[in-house]
Write a protein that binds this ligand. Structure first.
Ligand code: HEM
Length: 498
């Protein structure tokens, strides 16, 4: 994790990406694979490409993780593949299509590698697989350079192929099943592998010449396994049936144990595939500690901001999000605030519901709220059994802070209790997603914001700082006085923020 970024914020960001799929406050990730046959990539004439985003998103982590060395604790799911798209072993649109699509939504809370994991989960969900059996965790750290090569190709003999997977932690039967699970979706493309499928699949409605592995390329199901076992339909697909015998990598794997693994897999596809996908996604360098699984939050606070008046009174503002399936929540939500000395405020009502959305886990309803607090000393906001922690010791002032996209500057204003300042000074930090050489993924750079005294507002001292940044999108801000740090805030909540 980046220094100063809280795990809870990372978890809530991933929860947001998972739950807010359409409508108010939505993230356009699930829609890319809804339906499973959709192509949301960047090649021209996307409708006729013969490409499928869900299949690209499932193939991506295989190429990223399989060069791991679990004994050494290196490699795994770290988005290093973004630097390796030129290698022959990574041929195809999938690397850069995936990176380019996910780059705008990465930030200091959510790495590219975490988004790749989300991509597999939502593809499984939209392609009829057992998504509930893939717990999603966060905390993966993106590589800043290419890793070793060694992704098996269709021409790699079975010995080295199994050895590469073993190095990445997968036994032979797990390898066979993982490959068959992956190859339940998508295609071999003539533009990438003419030596396997020839050029004839290329037509005006299949520009990349995709040849499916099985009869149901948009369903994660046992069709391909059964077609292989019975010699029906696609017979297991091009990597089983190609006339180029040396490229029959699926045949070599599937038949290597007399079809025992494939036969079992065909009977337990959802459970086994999800378990192996999870193992693939959670193969990470030994320096990474993954979070507990993300669970959808029935109640949550989003876009939380704090204000400080000239006299030093503090207001809190934001949105309550309700997540529900059958019973719609009320038109307003009542809440109270609690102070460190145990004072409980009277019940306040939020504004009436002002936004709604939907997604994999149900419907969402959004309620704006704004209220003055007992300050200093308010420690939580409470509603519907949920308690949101508040810290009015030190906090960013988003509505007094400014983003200038044209000038690429960010001005941060923030408040700290004068008693906690204790003669010290405040420093800001911006976590800026920057473009980098060699990968379409962004790299998070921490930019220091020198801050100057601005004013005294009652019990608080306000500071102000201005810096130039290379990009103002997806930026997260934080301030600190010595070891006393504020909550982090997205600068999209600043004036002019995007
Ligand atoms: C020995 C191991 C493997 C070999 C040799 C292999 C080979 C290939 C090849 C040649 C393609 C065609 C790519 C294209 O033309 O666009 C392909 C596609 C695909 N592979 Fe594999 N693969 C292996 C393992 C895996 C694994 C472990 C997974 C996932 C868990 C996976 C998932 C996919 C998917 C989803 C596609 C379809 C991609 C698309 O339609 O864009 N593969 N694979």
């Amino acid at each position: 994790d980046f220094p100063g970024i809280d795990r809870q914020d990372m978890i809530e960001e991933m929860e947001h990406y998972l739950v807010d799929n359409a409508g108010t406050n939505s993230v356009p990730i699930v829609s890319a694979v809804s339906s499973c046959s959709n192509y949301a990539g960047f090649a021209s004439d996307p409708q006729n490409r013969g490409e499928q985003t869900s299949a690209q998103w499932v193939r991506f982590p295989f190429h990223d993780f399989v060069t791991a060395d679990v004994a050494a604790g290196t490699g795994g799911l770290d988005a290093s593949l973004g630097f390796e798209s030129d290698r022959a072993e990574n041929h195809g649109l999938f690397v850069n299509d995936t990176m380019e699509f996910l780059a705008p939504t990465m930030n200091a809370y959510i790495s590219m590698a975490d988004q790749v994991s989300l991509g597999v989960l939502v593809s499984v969900a939209e392609c009829g697989g057992n998504a509930a059996a893939i717990p999603l965790r966060v905390g993966r750290i993106d590589a800043l350079a290419a890793g070793p090569s060694g992704v098996p190709t269709p021409f790699t003999p079975i010995g080295p192929t199994l050895a590469q997977f073993a190095q990445a932690g997968f036994a032979a039967n797990e390898t066979i099943a993982l490959v068959a699970c992956g190859h339940s979706l998508g295609r071999v493309h003539a533009v990438n592998f003419p030596e396997i499928v020839g050029e004839s699949p290329i037509t005006s409605t299949n520009l990349d010449g995709g040849v499916t592995f099985d009869s149901t390329p948009t369903v994660l199901d046992p069709s391909g396994m059964n077609e292989y076992l019975t010699g029906t339909g696609s017979g297991g697909g091009p990597l089983v049936t190609t006339s180029n015998v040396s490229a029959r990598s699926d045949f070599r794997l599937f038949s290597s144990d007399n079809n025992v693994t494939i036969t079992n897999l065909a009977q337990n596809t959802g459970r086994i595939c999800s378990g192996l996908f999870e193992k693939m996604l959670n193969t990470v360098p030994s320096t990474v500690t993954l979070s507990d699984p993300i669970t959808p939050m029935p109640w949550k606070i989003v876009d939380f901001i704090m204000h400080c008046s000239p006299g030093g009174s503090v207001r809190i503002e934001g949105f309550i999000r309700a997540l529900w399936t059958t019973t719609p929540p009320p038109n307003k939500i009542t809440y109270n605030t609690v102070t460190s000395s145990g004072n409980v405020s009277r019940q306040h009502a939020s504004d009436a519901a002002s936004g709604s959305g939907s997604g994999l886990f149900g419907s969402t309803t959004y309620y704006h709220f704004v209220i003055g607090t007992d300050s200093p000393g308010t420690t939580s906001m409470n509603f519907q059994g949920y308690s949101y922690p508040i810290d009015d010791t030190i906090f960013v002032l988003p509505t007094q802070s400014t983003v200038k996209p044209d000038a690429n500057t960010i001005e941060v204003k923030a408040a700290v209790l004068t008693s906690s300042l204790a003669g010290g000074t405040m420093e800001g930090t911006l976590y800026v997603p920057e473009t980098q050489q060699g990968s379409m993924a962004k790299k998070i750079t921490m930019v220091t914001v020198p801050m100057k005294f601005l004013s005294t507002n009652g019990n608080y001292t306000l500071f102000d700082g201005l810096v130039s940044v290379s990009n103002v999108e997806g930026v997260i801000a934080k301030v600190a006085v010595g070891s006393l740090g504020s909550k982090t805030v997205k600068t999209k909540l600043f004036n002019g923020g995007i």
